[in-house]
Design a protein around this ligand. Structure first.
Ligand code: NI
Length: 390
């Protein structure tokens, strides 16, 4: 019997060193030149067929099994965030204002480890593994860019897999949830225009600040009054900009924020109510509203059958682990663009370590994780691939 967990453990120094190197040298979306270079070099050294420049800085490697069979896409993201690191770690970012604060350094290291394990087991594989190293996951459109460059063609994958380190849960925990797992994300901006004037003479102006406040209050009713209490949605205004002087009523204000939903029918309804409320309330206040809605990502929907199979593999490889089948988040993830066409499973690998204080949330300047999670992620991903292509 193959001991994939043992092999991943043996490769831990390789995985950890790569992760720390990526962590020291983080690169923002579509600028992952150094990272992609290392990824391509490692994959080429393994003797894999490597393509670079897919979706600007993305890398794709094809691993052919000894026997023919289905094509499986396995995706890892590589980009960092515009955050000044405050971990004080020995391997902290050496680039001011840029940090791997989401764990994508770990994902890239896991991906290369998975490639190494699978490469050593080519004889056990009936099919093709498409290893995808994606740029610009953090809201910049990396997945879409790779899809546009044909990552889902030639050969077309039948199934897709991806993972995320998860600091909401401790290292050792695994989350595999069938159905909706990460939400659809839409961005809104609303420009409310009234009539500016003297702050001491409100009756001579039409105050867009008061209108904006009413709009924000009224928007709270969508989730509490329109969405089925057993369903999920978020409407959050994150920015309200207007006016500069203490004694001037401005001409206009601009609201911005995000809408998160799981189900397409709920999303349609929320977006419709959003527009009605923003324009209707503004108009009732004598103002005019221009509403702009932009879809950022669809929801990540895990294929139920595939998720069940991943769960069975996880149970056999990690019999002691706590495996959740209900973990979901209103966060979004552009893997959704790949999974929209290719049924897939996106799972979470618990990575927090409360005792060592490695438990700051994702996107926090003190974000860091227990590196044992790298081994868990690599072992599980490699085992799932071997099981699917056995
Ligand atoms: Ni992330």
């Amino acid at each position: 019997m193959i001991d994939i967990k043992g092999e991943a453990q043996e490769l831990f120094p390789y995985t950890r060193d790569l992760r720390r190197d990526f962590h020291r040298h983080p690169e923002l979306g579509f600028q992952e030149v150094r990272t992609a270079g290392i990824v391509a070099r490692e994959l080429t050294e393994m003797g894999l067929e490597v393509s670079t420049g897919i979706g600007k800085t993305g890398v794709v490697a094809t691993l052919e099994g000894a026997r023919s069979g289905p094509v499986l896409l396995v995706r890892f993201d590589m980009d960092a965030l515009p955050i000044q690191e405050e971990t004080g770690a020995e391997y902290a970012s050496q680039t001011p204002g840029v940090m791997h604060a989401c764990g994508h350094d770990g994902h890239t290291a896991i991906g290369l480890t998975v490639a190494k394990i699978l490469d050593a087991h080519k004889d056990d594989l009936g099919g093709t593994v498409k290893l995808v190293f994606q740029p610009a996951e953090e809201g910049l459109g990396g997945a879409e860019a790779m899809v546009a460059d044909g990552v889902l063609q030639q050969p077309k994958p039948e199934r897709s897999l991806s993972l995320h380190l998860w600091n909401d849960k401790p290292s050792g925990w695994i989350g595999i949830t069938p159905g909706p797992v990460m939400s659809a994300s839409d961005r809104f901006s609303v420009k409310i225009t009234g009539r500016g004037g003297h702050g001491a003479a409100p009756h001579l102006s039409i105050d867009p600040i008061v209108a904006g406040a009413q709009v924000i209050s009224a928007l709270q009713n969508i989730v509490s009054r329109n969405v089925d209490p057993l369903e999920s949605a978020v409407v959050t205004a994150t920015s309200m900009v207007g006016g500069e002087a203490f004694n001037v009523i401005p001409e206009s204000v601009e609201l911005r924020g995000t809408i998160r939903t799981f189900k397409p029918e709920i999303r349609d309804m929320v977006l419709e109510r959003f527009t009605e409320i923003a324009t209707g309330v503004s108009s009732a206040m004598g103002c005019q509203a221009e509403v702009e809605l932009k879809s950022i990502t669809p929801a990540v929907l895990n294929d139920p059958v595939l998720s069940e199979q991943v769960y069975e593999v996880a149970k056999s490889v990690f019999p002691q682990a706590e495996i959740s089948t209900v973990e979901r988040t209103m966060g979004s993830e552009d893997m959704a663009f790949m999974m929209a066409d290719i049924p897939g499973c996106y799972f979470f690998i618990g990575s927090a370590d409360h005792e060592r204080g490695l438990d700051a949330g994702h996107h926090h300047p003190k974000f860091d994780f227990n590196e044992d999670a790298l081994t868990t992620g690599a072992a599980l991903m490699a085992s799932v691939v071997l099981e699917f292509l056995k």
